[in-house]
Structure formats: C-alpha cells, structure tokens
Ligand binder design. Structure first.
Ligand code: FAD
Length: 145
C-alpha cells in the first residue's frame, strides 16, 4: 500500500510495570494481505519492518529505529500458526459483500441451538462490533430476536 492507515499505541504510558524506568513499549500495526497473496513473509517481513520504521520516522517518530532495544515482529505466518485461516486475524475481509448484513449470519443453518458470536459473524470486526454480536447472540438464545 502506498499510503496505509497505521496504528501506534504506547501501552507503557498507562502501565509503567510493562517497561524498565525511563523506557517505553510501542505497539505498531501496519496492514498486510492474507496468505492468498504470493508473498514470502520470511523474506518480506524484515523488509516491511524496515519500511514501517522509515514511515514512522517520516511521520515524526524521530530516531525510532535506533531507539529500539527489544522488538518482536508478527506476520501473517505467525497468525496462521495460531490457527487463523489464511493468516488473517481480522476474520473475513470487510469488503462490501462480507460486511454488516452480508456477513455470515449468527444462526447456524439447519440448527436451532447453535448461535455464533464474534468477528466472523454479523455485524463484523472490532471490539464494539463483537460486543454487538454477543448481544445479538444472547437475544437469539432468549428468543428476543
Ligand atoms: C492486531 C490486531 C489489532 C486490533 N486492534 C483493534 C482495535 O484497536 N480496536 C478494535 O476495536 N478492534 C481491534 N482488533 C479487532 C478485535 O481485536 C477483534 O475483532 C475481536 O477481538 C474479535 O473478537 P472475537 O471474540 O471474535 O475473537 P477473539 O478475541 O480472537 O477471541 C477468540 C478466543 O477464542 C479462543 N479460541 C480459539 N479457538 C478455540 C478453541 N478451539 N477452543 C477454545 N478457545 C478457542 C482464542 O484463544 C481467543 O481467546 C484488532 C485485532 C488485531 C488482530
């Protein structure tokens, strides 16, 4: 991607026990395709990591790369190892026909007593969406919906 949206959080600002005194921990998320893409993550991962650092420095995180003392890089290969289909931790992509009402329903077809909750079902990915799906599942079980 030429201009990706990125996520940077600094958990140690809220929880000082995460790092030694005077240090900070950063979490940096850059988008990737799933493993359907013809990408060798063992080769591309470290290159993408360098590109991530460069992008952060260009956007104001001065000397970010040189300041790193400990780092851990996660790629879609790692997500796959953890059991996630095609190395995609966000479940089905949020393309139009996989979003909201088009996402798989939270009732299992052919069964009355199986209800799904979570990011793979309606309405979609993200903590707020998943909480809504949990509420929908509870309402289904209680016969309110
Ligand atoms: C890197 C990353 C960053 C994110 N950032 C944000 C963010 O900033 N804001 C936001 O709103 N959302 C964010 N999300 C999305 C959000 O985390 C997910 O949409 C949400 O956690 C999905 O909830 P879930 O309950 O469907 O699945 P999960 O939270 O993945 O929970 C599923 C649970 O089931 C367990 N499990 C799996 N298989 C089995 C089994 N066979 N038996 C027993 N247990 C099992 C797993 O261990 C896991 O604990 C992010 C996701 C990722 C991957």
């Amino acid at each position: 991607m030429t201009d990706p949206s990125i996520l940077v959080t600094v958990p140690s600002l809220d929880d000082k026990s995460l790092t030694p005194p005077g240090k900070e921990s950063y979490y940096v998320l850059f988008p990737t395709p799933n493993l359907d893409a013809d990408i060798d993550w063992k080769v591309t991962g470290p290159k993408y990591r360098d590109q991530m650092i460069k992008t952060l420095e260009q956007r104001g995180y001065t000397d970010f790369g040189d300041s790193i003392e400990v780092e851990h890089l996660t790629t879609p290969l790692d997500w796959e190892t953890q059991g996630m289909e095609r190395g995609a931790p966000f479940a089905s992509a949020h393309t139009f026909f996989q979003t909201g009402p088009f996402r798989p329903r939270n009732l299992a077809a052919g069964f009355e007593n199986i209800v799904f909750a979570g990011s793979g079902t309606q309405p979609g990915v993200g903590v707020p969406m998943v909480l809504i799906s949990g509420r929908l599942a509870a309402e289904r079980i209680l016969g309110k919906n």
